[in-house]
Design a protein around this ligand. Structure first.
Ligand code: FAD
Length: 404
């Protein structure tokens, strides 16, 4: 079967690799002219790692990722440790470690694994149309591509999403801004432990140091702020972060002083409401995956992991419904493809919608976006946390995942 994939992000590439494993012919179309990762790193939680393992990438992921053995929360000004616990019981229970990884490394790995499938750059998809024989994607430059099936993985600003949902989907601003980047671990020797995901919290803000490799932390600083139309100017990042964190713990101030603004991404965090559907049942030939399908705020670290799960589920459903690989003579039966889409909606709709809502709720508490007392209560709760409560939610998410 020929599958056209729109978007060469984590979701699109994972889908392309997964379908190629079964002999399908995939071709990826990507809007940008130069594939560069956006953001410094990402925490791939155990459910995402399990998918990467199925794609044959586990060894490489283990080799380049950070060793995150513990997790701790500290008070924003004094640095008092609210809680500090081992993540090993979580990893043991779900039988897989989590891996924070540089986005550049992850992208390189996915691109290598995707070869030899072609990736066509500077091809912005604008719409698709279907016939009895197939599906045709139209690009902004006037060209078209015809395939048996289309995987739409064009991210949170998806151009093709509205065609699937038959409704105008808007992104919603969650209410906080995230600055993230890499910083050398040696700068923080004696201040932070290099295998510990350390977070300073207070005033509805959060500052996080996560080991993303043997040498670097992935840091991020979250501040609840109104949405701004001001352009992103890296030369102004240090001054605005000093305004927000100048009175915080010396370790946080050191981060603000030492970070390299040219390597910092500033992101206004958005998500999308549950879509009416993720699949085009009418044609039987297209579906949405990844952020195009369920953009979420990063408060559970699950956006990319869910994109991986989508790719895995699609592969499994093609197998279950015996959608056969490339063959010019045997066109896939559209009724079979419809059955795949129905099952995809059943298996992915509820799970991803629930995670988006949970992340939104978590974000509200962490960033003091709702009832202020809730956030103050959370700071108090952290003082009595031995890790069990925090890991319980993570274990539920991971054990409920499709790839085990
Ligand atoms: P994208 O990565 O956005 O890829 C979409 C691709 O499609 C892009 O390359 C784009 O150029 C291309 N494209 C767009 N339009 C078109 C078009 N019309 N035609 C052709 N190509 C097109 N997730 C985690 O799992 N763990 C984390 O720790 C985590 N942390 C995060 C921190 C932050 C600050 C943010 C913002 C997100 C975080 N996420 C995390 C979420 C994660 O980054 C996303 O869920 C993930 O990147 C989604 O992948 P995707 O392939 O669906 O979309």
């Amino acid at each position: 079967m020929k599958v056209c994939i729109i978007g060469a992000g984590m979701g699109g590439l994972a889908a392309s690799i997964a379908l190629q494993q079964d002999g399908h012919q995939t071709v990826v179309y990507e809007r940008v002219s130069d594939l560069r990762p956006v953001g410094a790193a990402i925490s791939v939680w155990c459910n995402g790692v399990k998918v990467l393992a199925r794609l044959g990438l586990l060894k490489e992921v283990e080799r380049v990722s950070g060793q995150m053995n513990r997790m701790s929360y500290r008070k924003w000004d004094t640095g008092e440790v609210y809680c500090d616990f081992s993540l090993l019981p979580l990893y043991e229970e779900v039988k897989q470690r989590a891996y924070p990884i540089a986005r550049a490394e992850l992208q390189r790995m996915l691109l290598d694994a995707n070869a030899p499938a072609p990736i066509h750059l500077q091809k912005r998809a604008v719409s698709y149309s279907t016939s009895q024989d197939g599906i045709t994607v139209s690009f902004e430059d006037g060209t078209i591509e015809t395939a048996d099936f289309v995987v739409i993985a064009d991210g949170t600003h998806s151009k093709l999403r509205n065609q699937i949902t038959k409704a105008e989907i808007q992104r919603d601003y969650v209410g906080y801004v995230n600055w993230n980047g890499p910083i050398e671990m040696k700068e923080f020797e004696g201040l932070i432990s290099s295998d510990n995901w350390t977070q300073f919290v207070g005033e509805g803000k959060r500052v996080s140091f996560m080991p993303m490799s043997a040498t670097h932390y992935y840091f991020f600083l979250d501040v609840p702020l109104p949405l701004s139309s001001a352009p992103k100017r890296p030369e102004e990042y240090r001054a605005s972060l000093t305004k927000h964190f100048g009175h915080w713990h010396p370790t946080v101030q050191k981060l603000v002083e030492r970070l390299d603004p040219s390597k910092v991404a500033r992101v206004e965090i958005h998500d999308t409401k549950t879509l009416p559907t993720l699949v085009d049942l009418e044609s039987g030939r297209a579906l949405l995956i990844g952020d195009a399908a369920h953009a979420t705020c990063p408060d559970l670290g699950q956006g990319g992991c869910q994109a991986f799960e989508d790719a895995f589920v699609l592969q499994q459903l093609f197998r279950e419904h015996r959608v056969s690989p490339a063959s010019a003579s045997a066109k896939p039966d559209v009724e079979v493809l419809r059955a795949v889409l129905r099952d995809f909606q059943d298996q992915r709709g509820e799970r991803t919608a629930e995670l988006v809502l949970r992340a939104r709720k978590r974000s509200g508490v962490t960033h003091q976006l709702g009832e202020p007392q809730e956030t103050l209560d959370w700071y108090e709760e952290l003082k009595t946390e031995d890790g069990t409560g925090i890991m319980r939610g993570m274990i539920k998410t991971i054990l409920g995942a499709p790839a085990q």
